[in-house]
Design a protein around this ligand. Structure first.
Ligand code: FES
Length: 65
């Protein structure tokens, strides 16, 4: 089912926009450190909103990475 590879980073975190965790990490490093900015830049949570908890969890992890 995963058409990329087995790396977790290449799984899709937001299926509505096809956003991967690696995209979130890249944008976070570029300064999108709050959820609203991340949503604006990546499009996450602009569809069904079902990815919000996952995105927030990932961003929280990045804060302490
Ligand atoms: S999965 Fe991200 S908005 Fe639907």
């Amino acid at each position: 089912m995963n058409t990329f590879n087995t790396e977790q980073d290449e799984e899709i975190i937001c299926h509505c926009t096809g956003t991967s965790p690696s995209k979130i990490k890249t944008l976070y490093k570029e300064g999108c450190t709050n959820f609203e900015a991340m949503s604006d830049r990546s499009g996450v949570c602009t569809g069904c909103g079902g990815c919000e908890d996952s995105v927030r969890d990932l961003m929280n992890d990045l804060k302490y990475a």
